[in-house]
Write a protein that binds this ligand. Structure first.
Ligand code: ADP
Ligand code: AMP
Length: 220
């Protein structure tokens, strides 16, 4: 968890590789659905483009089918961007309980609003493989081209100043209470997200080692 721009999308793939478990990125699933021109796609796009949360019922359904895959349920997984409201947190508890699984840890990336805005305004993303760049901090080797797959990079439709402000407001109003929900259940691990990506990754690994020693990295 963490506000938009905190670095969830930068940390997630590294943890996924380190532990050899799938990463479920809700924002990517929403953008993928929003690209379709059926009624549901258009509905989702209207929320994403306005910087609003997609209705709980829609998101929960998408997440449930992503989790339901047998390999995901059995081997464990990392969620990025879900849950973002208290009803979503309740749904996740129920989904996991029904499958005899439990949440091990909730990592919270902490960042000030100004730094988050600065990061998002110059973020670029590969529409093909999802790799994330920053025009100033982490530019691709070749301008506007993905280092990994060579596709042209894009600026997300919701990475514009007024929509960024709206997304941050939504985070503090609707998502911050979810942090309290997990604090009450003793599941939180806090990370200062203003360090380098490597520093953030090492902090995450240190927390996981301490709090969930049963999980051993398989790589890096
Ligand atoms: P989130 O998924 O939380 O919205 P991202 O991982 O997409 O955040 O990061 C937002 C932007 O900030 C991206 O352009 C990314 O390259 C950049 N970024 C991520 N982590 C760091 C960091 N530790 N220091 C500086 N910039 C970062
Ligand atoms: P992200 O890529 O995580 O910044 O998410 C981009 C957008 O997708 C958000 O601004 C929402 O419109 C939508 N979205 C992602 N995750 C959720 C969620 N858990 N609940 C509702 N909407 C979501």
């Amino acid at each position: 968890m963490g506000p938009p721009g905190a670095g969830k999308g930068t940390l997630g793939p590294r943890l996924s590789t380190a532990f050899g478990v799938p990463l479920i990125i809700t924002g990517d699933l929403m953008r993928e659905a929003a690209r379709r021109s059926d009624a549901l796609g258009l509905k989702i796009r209207s929320f994403v483009d306005a910087g609003e949360l997609v209705p709980d019922s829609v998101v929960t359904q998408v997440i449930t089918s992503a989790i339901e895959r047998p390999d995901v349920v059995a081997g464990g997984f990392i969620l990025d961007g879900f849950p973002r409201t208290l009803p979503q947190a309740e749904s996740l508890s129920q989904i996991l309980a029904e499958r005899a699984r439990k949440l091990d840890l909730v990592l919270v990336l902490e960042i000030d609003e100004q730094t988050a805005v600065e990061r998002l305004a110059l973020r670029r993303q590969c529409p093909q493989c999802g790799a994330v760049y920053h025009q100033r901090f982490f530019p691709p080797k070749q301008a506007e081209r993905c280092d990994r797959c060579g596709s042209g990079l894009v600026q997300r439709s919701d990475d514009h100043p007024e929509i960024i402000r709206q997304r941050l407001a939504v985070y503090y109003q609707q998502t911050a209470p979810v942090i309290e929900y997990y604090a009450a259940r003793g599941l939180l691990g806090h990370i200062r997200a203003t360090h380098s990506p490597e520093g953030v990754f090492q902090s995450a690994m240190a927390i996981i080692r301490k709090r969930v020693p049963a999980h051993q990295p398989v790589a890096g």
